[in-house]
Design a protein around this ligand. Structure first.
Ligand code: 5AD
Ligand code: SF4
Length: 472
């Protein structure tokens, strides 16, 4: 007899993800809700019956990409005589759903980030050509509740969404409008998902949220306590068996409380990496951005974090050319970079987003000035990134192995500081094969000691010393 849960007929779904890690996570969850409907993930639109574009609205370029991709998909749909379902999800869907349907009639479904649990229902409706094709209500809690609490893991690292949305209203940013108000998941739900992932071999969890350190989720039911903070959550998840590494992203300087900072020093599972966007080093610009802190306040937080965990790698985001940014303001940003020393940073030219307060500000900076500033900033950031990577040469570092390399005896993984690490080991006589826990020499999912021999801008290279007995 066939299992009634078995899908009747395999169909292919191709999900193309743009933008942030929240979208990467959401794409995984969409795959999860589609699986029981018989949709198996495929690698290209050509192989798919359903294509989902999970979109990003943060900068203009990201948005424009969606429309050009939709143009391609329309042609594919025509070639197939209409036999292709096209869905647009994510933040562009949220922000301009009706516009998408108007500009590209080949689109079957438009769903915002809070509506993924409704995807099966919407697909059914689309196939019958009845009902609403647009779902962009804000119902974050309903989404969290409706999505399955267990998931299929894919490798030893995983994202786990703990919080969504943002109430900060930085004047340049669309997130508060596309993702809605801040909302945290209950600790019990998060722990259930963490356990399910750990049981499938996940060892490193990245706790995700647009403003993850503003986390204030309902405490475990048994405790009767008030809402927990991120610091409390991290200490709790560290106790989940099998979870050896914890990270969180992305945070806001205003929510960097003392307990969370202390956890960096006290919780061995907490990885020495902090992504704390600063955006600018000028107090005037920070004020116009409505960031709610000064450059010195940021320096202060980093000093405290480094006291708690001296080897911590600091990552950040910058925007250059915010309206009104003068040469002196930009120089203040450069000075902040020199003062802090970043392990990695993401920097962008300011992009005016319709509906945000900054779009209507005076003093928009000419494109060529933005270009020049971005180049100057990125040059300094690249130097710092390479110097940070090179500082690991000669050290033996614990690496979580994420897969095999191209040739036998090669593997790759991730350092505690989020660096990509490529390393060699002797397949026939070396540690990898001899270690009884490793089997056929596949080290994936193990934490191994690697001696770093060389480093470049984007990665470290080294050789295997040993497979660790204890995780950390
Ligand atoms: N223009 C340029 N960069 C932006 N970011 C957010 N909004 C904009 C915008 N309008 C950047 C910020 C944020 C990162 C995710 O994207 O640096 O931290
Ligand atoms: Fe956007 Fe600011 Fe919220 Fe970050 S904190 S998501 S930059 S509004």
């Amino acid at each position: 007899m066939t299992d009634p849960r078995e899908p009747k007929q395999a169909k292919g779904v191709f999900i193309k993800t743009y933008g942030c890690q929240m979208n990467v996570y959401d794409s995984e969850r969409m795959r999860d809700v589609l699986r029981p409907l018989g949709y198996a993930p495929v690698d290209s639109a050509e192989q798919a019956d359903l294509v989902v574009l999970n979109t990003c609205h943060i900068r203009e370029k990201a948005t424009e990409k969606v429309y050009s991709e939709l143009g391609q998909l329309k042609l594919l749909k025509q070639e197939r005589g209409g036999n292709l379902t096209i869905a647009v999800a994510g933040c562009v869907a949220q922000a301009e759903g009706a516009e998408i349907m108007r500009r590209q009639p080949a689109v079957d479904l438009v769903l915002g980030p809070q509506a993924y649990h409704k995807l099966p229902e919407m697909i059914a409706r689309a196939s019958r050509a009845v009902g609403d094709r647009l779902e962009t209500e804000f119902e974050t809690l309903e989404k969290f509740d409706a999505l399955p609490k267990t998931r299929e893991a894919d490798g030893p690292t995983a994202f786990l969404s703990v919080q969504e949305g943002c109430d900060k209203f930085c004047t340049f940013c669309v997130v508060p409008y596309t993702r809605g108000a801040e909302l945290s998941r209950p600790v019990d739900d998060i722990v259930m998902e963490a356990r399910s992932l750990a049981a499938q071999g996940v060892r490193e969890l990245s706790l995700l949220g647009q403003n993850v350190n503003a986390f204030h989720g309902a405490a475990p039911a048994l405790t009767n306590e008030a809402d927990w903070t991120l610091g409390q959550l991290v200490r709790h998840i560290a106790k989940v068996g099998g979870i050896d590494r914890i990270r969180y992203t992305t945070s806001h300087p205003r929510d960097m409380d003392d307990d969370l900072i202390a956890a960096h020093g006290e919780v061995p599972e907490m990885m020495p990496f902090l992504h704390l966007p600063v955006q600018s080093g000028s107090d005037r610009i920070l004020k116009a951005m409505n960031r709610g802190h000064t450059a010195d306040h940021y320096r202060d937080i980093i000093r405290k974090v480094r006291e708690a965990r001296p080897d911590i790698a600091i990552a950040t985001d910058f925007i250059v050319g915010f309206p009104g940014e003068s040469d002196a303001d930009f120089e203040a940003t450069m000075q902040l970079v020199r003062d802090i020393g970043f392990a990695i940073a993401y920097s962008f030219k300011y992009s005016s987003r319709p509906g945000t307060p900054a779009a209507d500000m005076f003093g928009h900076v000419p494109e060529e000035v933005k270009d020049a500033r971005l180049q100057q900033l990125q040059q300094l950031l690249r130097e710092q990134q390479e110097a940070f990577n090179r500082s690991k040469i000669g050290q033996t570092v614990p690496v979580l192995v994420t897969g095999k390399g191209r040739n036998p005896g090669q593997a790759h993984g991730r350092s505690p500081w989020m660096q990509a690490v490529h390393f060699q080991y002797e397949r026939d006589s070396g540690v990898g094969d001899r270690d009884p826990r490793v089997g056929d020499g596949d080290l994936k999912g193990h934490i191994v000691d690697v001696r770093v021999i060389d480093a470049s801008l984007n990665s470290l290279t080294g050789e295997l010393i040993k497979v660790r007995e204890a995780a950390l």
